[in-house]
Ligand binder design. Structure first.
Ligand SMILES: [Fe+2]
Ligand SMILES: [Fe+2]
Length: 472
């Protein structure tokens, strides 16, 4: 990539042109990023022109510029939301002090870890999704997949910017390590569990963007409250892009639900597999799986780390400034679901160590809103069925419920009961094979795979039969 106009290639509002040290760090990192993108990014489409949105500034005109681009030529920019003049730290021990523009020395290690953990999820999901292009249900969906992928790439840039700009040599080492871990790799896996699960088909992709990108939303929103101002501003801008990823998930699942309903009505049967659809019970199983993997991402119900992040002013609550309390929470309590022998009960716990659970509560509530919208699609079709979020204790690997078996409706089960029912609750090998059997690339303009309804409208006002990806 010698000879590129480096500054032009990296649109930014962080004064990159005037920071030689940072420029040099990013110049060294960029070829490694591109190498990673070539090896681990979307497989098979790197030379194709894709109708993508690029951010060239943070204002209303600049943040969503549409045009054809080959993905390796994408302009991965570095953007921070506009500064709030006089911004102060809004919670914890430093509440009321001016927000930090530089890393506070005593929190350096903790802050770096928070940024690396968030940053690691971004390339991980690109790796998880890299084989999906071949089996896209339409050009529209193919384009959306790539949009999500390049933006996760940009989010990686955003985190690498923070590491390079504010953490010196160890920041640069972490930036390299972010390109070296691999999703699902036995020896050097990605940091968080959900990001090591495969995304083998489009049903999984849509569930992932609905449930797991939504975890991203809540983590970013909590970090957007940070007293470390560059992190806060970075996350605030990332949230604008994240909204599209969740849109892809919600509408993707909604369109599969709609298609299932159409086939049910047309053929007067619940078994739409005969007609090449994805039946509602199968959708429910995938929903159960992806929800359970995603709620684990919030961590243990009771966590001293979570308390420390808050007290230190590094990670706040969702919509921290709208909460009507002292924003220190030293004496406050919070109701937390817990295991009491073979029952799940609510108990008041000190609020600070319960902050993971509180963020999970906000997340679960948000998840439920989309499920309600999917159920409206079912209702409108006149079909008597309902999708449900499983209980938060269902199939957990982290926290108080990791050691027990819990049904989707929240009953603690014996191992035998679990074994007898798990096939009804989670995708079986047969389900996975069936879903896989539907996955064939549909790349004719305006056509959609039989198992998914077309979307209500195209991207950026374009028609549904627009050439979202130029395959010729
Ligand atoms: Fe992201
Ligand atoms: Fe995302």
């Amino acid at each position: 990539m010698a000879g590129i106009d480096y500054l032009e290639r990296i649109p930014n509002n962080v004064n990159l042109a005037e920071n030689r040290r940072l420029q040099r760090a990013l110049e060294e990192w960029q070829p490694k990023f591109l190498e990673w993108w070539t090896d681990m990014g979307p497989h098979g489409y790197q030379a194709k022109e894709v109708y993508l949105r690029t951010a060239t500034s943070v204002d209303a005109q600049g943040w969503a510029q549409f045009g054809y681009v080959q993905m390796p030529e994408y302009r991965w920019g570095i953007f921070l939301a506009e500064p709030e003049p006089g911004r102060t730290i809004n919670f914890g021990d430093h509440k009321g002090a001016p927000a930090w523009q530089e890393v506070p020395g005593e929190y350096r290690g903790v802050l770096r870890r928070l940024i690396v953990t968030q940053g690691d999820t971004e390339p991980a999901s690109v790796e998880q999704q890299r084989h999906l292009g071949r089996t896209c249900p339409s050009l529209y969906d193919l384009r959306n997949l790539f949009q999500v992928n390049v933006e996760e790439g940009r989010h990686l840039w955003a985190m690498v910017y923070l590491l390079d700009a504010h953490f010196g040599r160890d920041g640069r080492e972490e930036s390299e390590a972010l390109l070296q871990r691999r999703s699902g790799d036995r020896d050097k896996p990605r940091i968080l569990g959900a990001f090591n699960e495969p995304t083998p088909d489009w049903l999984s992709f849509f569930m992932f963007t609905y449930f797991t990108d939504r975890d991203g939303k809540y983590q970013l929103a909590a970090l957007a409250e940070s007293g470390f101002d560059p992190l806060s501003r970075t996350c605030r801008f990332m949230l604008t892009e994240e909204a599209h990823h969740m849109f892809v998930g919600e509408t993707g699942v909604g369109r599969m639900v709609q298609r299932a309903c159409e086939l049910m009505r047309e053929h007067k049967t619940e078994d739409v597999r005969k007609y090449g659809g994805i039946d509602l019970p199968t959708l429910q199983k995938y929903l159960n799986f992806h929800f359970s993997v995603s709620v684990d991402l919030f961590g243990s119900e009771i966590s001293t780390n979570a308390a420390n992040f808050y007290t230190m002013g590094l990670k706040g609550r969702f919509e921290e400034t709208k909460k009507d309390d002292d924003h220190r929470l030293k004496t406050a309590t919070y109701p937390v679901a817990q295991l009491d022998s073979d029952r799940i009960v609510m108990r008041e716990e000190p609020a600070l160590p319960s902050l993971n659970e509180r963020l999970r509560d906000d997340y679960v509530e948000d998840c439920a809103r989309g499920v309600a919208r999917w159920n409206q699609i079912i209702q409108k079709a006149g079909i008597d069925a309902e999708l449900k979020l499983p209980h938060r204790a269902f199939r957990r690997a982290i926290g108080a419920f990791a050691e027990v078996r819990v049904s989707p409706d929240g009953r603690v089960l014996s191992e035998a009961e679990w074994d007898a029912n798990k096939h009804a609750w989670l995708p079986t090998e047969d389900d996975q094979a069936y879903v896989q059997s539907l996955m064939h690339g549909v790349t004719e303009r305006g056509r959609f795979a039989n198992w998914i309804a077309p979307p209500a409208r195209g991207i950026n006002g374009q028609p549904l039969d627009f050439e979202y990806v130029r395959l010729g």
